[in-house]
Design a protein around this ligand. Structure first.
Ligand SMILES: [Ca+2]
Ligand SMILES: [Ca+2]
Length: 457
C-alpha cells in the first residue's frame, strides 16, 4: 500500500513579488487587453467530453495595472478548498500530491504530436485505508493554440502510479515512468515504465520494471537513449521534510529508445549520504542528474549534480555538491538550453530566494544568478531558443506569477516578472512556449488541471 510517504512542505512564504519591469500589455488572443496572465481550467464537464471537445471558456485572471502585485490582482482564480473541490471526499490536505502528482509536456519531433502526460486521482479519490490511487493520463494539444481537453487514460492499475514523468528521443519513441504502488510484493514500491512510438502506439507495454523498491524516478531522453534517474530505499527516522524521512541512494538507468540494452549505474549509493528526489534534463547526448542530499539537523538540503553519458553508462566527471546552495526540500529543476550549449538548474533556497545555475556538459558551473524570486516546487520552466540566439525561459514563481529570464553566452538576465492570480501548487507544473513571447503552463491543481499563459520577455 502506498501511503503518504512524503508531505508537502509548509506553504512557501509569500515573498514579495520581485521588482521587475512590467509585462508587455499585449494580451494573448481571446484574452481581454487588461490581462497579463490567462488562466484556463478543465472543468468537470470537459472531462466527460471527447478528446477534441473544447474545454470551458477561459476564465480571466487579470492584473489591471502593469506592475501590480499578485496580491492586488483582481479577478484571480484560486483553487477551491480541497473539501469543496471533492465533496464527500475525506482526504486530508497535508500533502496536495495526494490529488495529483507529476506532469510532463512532450512535443514529438517525428510525428509533430504534442501531449500533456500526468498522474492524478481526481476521480478515483483515496482508498479507505488512505492509500493513493493515481493513474496516468494524457491529452493531445496544439502548442500554437493550446487548450485543455478531456483526459484519456494511459496507464491504470491498483494503488498509485505517480509522479508521471515522460520524455521523447530523436526517433520519436517516448518513455513514461513513475513510481508504482501496484503488484510489488514485499517491495511495496517499484520504479516502472512503458515505451510508446511517435504516434502513441505501444512499443513496450506497462508494466516494465526498472527496479523493485525503486521510487521517485524521472525521465529525460537524449537523441538515442532514454534515461531514468531514480532513488532507492527510504530512511524513516524522523528527519527530512515534516519528519517523514529521506531517501537513501540514487541510481540512473538508461536504455535504447525501444527499451533494449537496459543498464544501471549507482550515482550515489551506499555510504552515509542520504540522497533522494532525483530529477534530470537531457541534451543530445548527455543527462544532467540533480538531487538533494540530507544535512543532519537542518531543514534544507545540499544540492548535488552529475553529468551522465548514457551510451557509455558512466558519469562525466565527479558528483558535485553545489557550494552556497541550501535548497528547499524538493524545490529544484533542470532543463537543457538549446543553442546555449548548457543546462539550467533552478532551485529555491531555504531563505526563500531563487537561484539559477548554468552547468555545461562536462558538469562545470559556468554562471550563476542568486536573489531571484522563489520558484515553484516541482515546476519545469518553459524554454525557447530565440531567433537572436539567446535562450528564453519563463519560470513559475511562488506563490503566484512567473519570471522571464534570458540566457545569453553565460549571462543570466532576469526579465519581466508577471503577476497572476492563480496560486500554484507543488503537485506538478510544466511549461512550453506557444510563440516567442508567450509561455504556457499546464499545472496540476487539487481537483483539475489548469492552463496558464504569460506574455513577456
Ligand atoms: Ca492507480
Ligand atoms: Ca547513500
Amino acid at each position: 500500500m502506498k501511503l503518504k510517504v512524503r508531505v508537502l512542505a509548509a506553504a512557501l512564504a509569500a515573498a514579495a513579488a520581485a521588482a521587475g519591469t512590467a509585462c508587455r500589455t499585449a494580451a494573448p488572443q481571446g484574452v481581454p487587453q487588461t490581462s497579463q496572465a490567462a488562466v484556463q481550467s478543465d472543468s468537470a464537464a470537459a472531462e466527460d467530453e471527447g478528446l477534441s471537445q473544447p474545454s470551458a471558456a477561459p476564465e480571466t485572471a487579470a492584473a489591471r495595472d502593469s506592475g501590480a502585485s499578485a496580491a492586488a490582482a483582481p479577478g484571480r482564480e484560486l483553487p477551491a478548498a480541497p473539501d469543496e473541490a471533492n465533496p464527500g471526499d475525506d482526504r486530508d490536505t497535508d500533502d496536495l500530491r495526494e490529488y495529483a502528482h507529476g506532469v510532463s509536456v512532450v512535443e514529438n519531433p517525428v510525428s509533430g504530436k504534442s501531449w500533456f502526460i500526468w498522474s492524478d486521482s481526481y476521480d478515483s479519490g483515496t482508498g479507505e485505508d488512505g492509500s493513493w490511487t493515481h493513474d496516468v493520463f494524457w491529452q493531445a494539444f496544439d502548442p500554437a493554440d493550446p487548450a485543455l481537453a478531456a483526459k484519456r487514460t494511459l496507464i491504470a492499475a491498483d494503488e498509485a502510479q505517480e509522479p508521471a514523468s515522460a520524455s521523447v528521443a530523436g526517433d520519436g519513441n517516448m518513455i513514461v515512468t513513475f513510481e508504482d504502488g501496484s503488484d510489488n510484493g514485499d517491495a511495496q514500491l517499484s520504479q516502472r515504465y512503458a515505451i510508446y512510438d511517435a504516434r502513441g502506439g505501444v512499443v513496450l507495454a506497462y508494466p516494465q520494471t526498472i527496479f523493485m523498491g525503486g521510487h521517485s524516478g524521472h525521465a529525460a531522453s537524449t537523441r538515442d537513449r532514454h534515461v531514468v534517474f531514480w532513488s532507492n530505499e527510504w530512511v524513516d527516522d524522523g528527519a527530512g521534510e515534516n519528519g517523514l524521512g529521506t531517501g537513501k541512494d540514487v541510481y540512473v538507468t538508461s536504455m535504447r529508445t525501444d527499451g533494449s540494452g537496459l543498464q544501471t549505474l549507482p550515482v550515489s549509493a551506499g555510504g552515509e549520504e542520504r540522497d533522494w528526489w532525483p530529477v534530470l534534463a537531457a541534451s543530445d547526448s548527455r543527462a544532467l542528474l540533480v538531487w538533494q542530499r540530507y544535512v543532519p539537523g537542518q531543514t534544507w538540503a545540499r544540492l548535488c549534480c552529475a553529468v551522465y553519458d548514457p551510451v557509455r553508462n558512466r558519469l562525466v566527471g565527479d558528483v558535485r555538491v553545489l557550494p552556497g546552495v541550501k535548497t528547499d526540500y524538493y524545490n529544484y529543476s533542470a532543463c537543457w538550453l538549446e543553442g546555449q550549449g548548457c543546462f539550467a538548474l533552478l532551485t529555491t533556497q531555504a531563505d526563500g530566494t531563487g537561484s539559477i545555475l548554468l552547468v555545461d556538459e562536462s558538469g562545470a558551473v559556468t554562471a550563476r544568478a542568486d536573489g531571484l524570486p522563489p520558484f515553484v516546487r516541482e515546476s519545469a520552466p518553459a524554454v525557447t531558443a530565440r531567433a537572436d540566439g539567446t535562450a528564453g525561459l519563463c519560470c513559475p514563481t511562488a506563490p503566484t506569477g512567473a519570471l522571464f529570464v534570458t540566457v545569453d553566452g553565460g549571462t543570466i538576465t532576469p526579465g519581466q516578472a508577471c503577476p497572476a492570480a492563480y496560486r500554484w501548487t507543488g503537485c506538478g507544473t510544466a511549461g512550453f512556449f506557444k510563440d516567442s513571447g508567450t509561455a504556457c503552463f499546464v499545472t496540476l491543481g487539487t481537483d483539475r488541471r489548469h492552463l496558464l499563459e504569460f506574455s513577456g520577455r
